[in-house]
Write a protein that binds this ligand. Structure first.
Ligand code: ATP
Length: 502
């Protein structure tokens, strides 16, 4: 069980230990932007690598791309972002403070406000006498605010050179759809995956990494033949998985979410297609496979009013953050909306020839799992954070695959420094390792625990004679004695076994 801490405490911990800093803090930082420190960059890279391994490398039906951040602005006209990627904003009549309207209402009135129209927001604000949190004055009528960051490309700084920083990675998978499909000789059903930066000029960035203006996404567009919408060949892999489900009907009837097996959610038509059920279960499984705590996840169906007009069905995977249940991953069934938009706007045929049906088809995106790297980063940190009163220090129980540093190596006393350093140099070739010789062994273990190092090796006087060292487990604090000649093999076994409770 992890120890509960607030998002502010997590931000302070991340700064203190070298995971994440406010961007360019010496100049006062910039709201919604963060810099990752020496541990943060390793944790984030490991997280992305684990995602890529699970979703791309180990599957035969998904390939990756890496699209550009700035692209032809026509992409964003076709996708609708240039015109409609907006949030509703409240402005204070007196101090001019600007606040995102739906989250402000949700926080103050504890009602779902995602998808509320401007009229309804104005009415809700008036009826509930909601005031500016800064100066307690009234708000102006709500306004639309487009979240796209703009820039100019090339030396001509006018409207003809206007471009956008992408607000999601997804669209490049549609614009390159035909090229990748042909080059990789993909046959339906298949997916395209991408990890990369996205930028949104959020009205109210807050809650540390949860809502920033620059962040990263890991996204998949999964394409199927529309005729095969009820035929998912992978469903048996997940049908017995249990997951906490919060359907639109449960929300409307003010019921509690229910723990259900995937097969029962399908049988009762709560999740409409086996494809959607498969992807929701698989994404949950990915989090659990990396040590996230299963009780903090649920899947919530969008109410009709929050669903995009083109989406056939949308579910969010939510996580119980210290500030409430919040979206971690969106998963919409987008049908053929995006490909058709790009076919119309680019006047390019993006349909593919299906060998089986012997006809050209525009595939359906049956699920678009869209996951934030930064929100996942927080999830793994919250679930790993343990304030161990017995040890008197924090123990960051990160999964070994995610841990930024895998090994700590310590000489018992300074006299043994040179011998230990030799071993350190060898181990460093294969594992992220740190050498630490300052302070008592207890202090060094505590420092290692706090940054989540799974295994610590101590070189003592006996090591000179018996050519063995001690390996200590972060999670159980138990120790084993291992011959140096078998050390690498043992470490690999322990790290891959994922169990550190020897
Ligand atoms: P929200 O309702 O919280 O603004 P959204 O529905 O606009 O999120 P999507 O467009 O579905 O988010 O984006 C997919 C994922 O990208 C989100 O589930 C989240 O993990 C991540 N994400 C979106 N916006 C941000 C942000 N401002 N900061 C960090 N991560 C984000």
């Amino acid at each position: 069980m992890s120890t509960k801490i607030s998002i502010e405490e997590m931000a302070a911990f991340c700064k203190r230990k070298g995971f994440v800093y406010p961007s360019a803090e010496i100049y006062g930082g910039l709201s919604g932007f963060f810099d990752f420190g020496h541990l943060g960059v390793e944790l984030k890279n490991n997280l992305k690598q684990e995602w890529w391994k699970f979703h791309v490398k180990q599957r035969e039906d998904i390939v990756g791309i890496d699209g550009s951040i700035i692209t032809n602005p026509k992409v964003w006209q076709a996708s609708g972002h240039a015109e409609n990627f907006e949030d509703l904003m409240l402005t204070c009549t007196k101090c001019k403070e600007k606040i995102r309207a739906d989250t402000f209402i949700e926080d103050n009135l504890k009602v779902a406000a995602d998808g509320m129209k401007a009229d309804e927001i104005n009415k809700t604000v008036k009826e509930n006498n909601l005031k500016c949190p800064k100066c307690k004055s009234d708000f102006e009528e709500v306004q639309e605010f487009n979240l796209m960051f703009t820039t100019n490309v090339g030396p001509k700084q006018d409207s003809s050179s206007k471009a956008y920083l992408r607000p999601e990675t997804a669209q490049l998978m549609f614009t390159n759809f035909k090229l990748v499909t042909d080059n990789a000789r993909l046959k339906l059903p298949f997916g395209l995956a991408q990890i990369g930066k996205a930028f949104r000029n959020e009205i109210s960035p807050r809650d540390f990494l949860f809502r920033c203006r620059e962040f990263e996404q890991m996204e998949i567009e999964y394409f199927i033949d529309p005729e095969q919408i009820n035929n998912c060949p992978y469903i048996d892999e997940v049908k017995d998985h249990e997951i906490l489900i919060y359907s639109a009907e449960m929300q409307e009837k003010k019921q509690k979410p229910k723990l259900m097996k995937i097969k029962d959610a399908l049988k009762n038509k709560i999740i409409k297609t086996p494809w959607h059920a498969y992807w929701l279960a698989l994404e949950y499984k990915w989090f659990l496979s990396l040590g996230a705590s299963k009780d903090k996840f649920r899947i919530r169906q969008h109410l009709n009013k929050e669903k995009s007009h083109y989406a056939l069905d949308t579910w969010d995977m939510e996580y119980e953050f210290p500030f409430g249940w919040k979206e971690l991953q969106g998963m919409a069934n987008r049908a053929d909306f995006d490909l058709k938009q790009h076919i119309t706007h680019s006047k390019t045929d993006l349909s593919i020839f299906d060998e089986e049906s012997k006809q050209k088809i525009v595939p359906y995106v049956v699920a678009e799992p869209s996951l934030g790297v930064d929100r996942s980063f927080l999830v793994f940190l919250f679930d790993a954070y343990n304030d161990d009163k017995k040890r008197g220090n924090i123990v960051l129980k990160l999964h070994p695959g995610l841990a930024p540093i895998k090994l700590g190596i310590f000489p018992l006393v300074n006299k043994l420094k040179d011998e230990t350093k030799k071993l350190y140099s060898e181990l460093k070739q294969d594992f992220e390792t740190i050498f630490d010789s300052s302070g008592s062994i207890g202090r060094r273990y505590a420092r290692a625990d706090e940054i989540g190092i799974p295994l610590c090796i101590t070189f003592d006087f006996d090591s000179l004679k018996d050519k063995s060292v001690t390996i200590r487990s972060r999670d159980s604090t138990k120790q084993i004695r291992v011959k140096i000649e078998n050390l690498k093999e043992n470490i690999t076994g322990l790290l891959n076994n994922k169990k550190l409770d020897f």
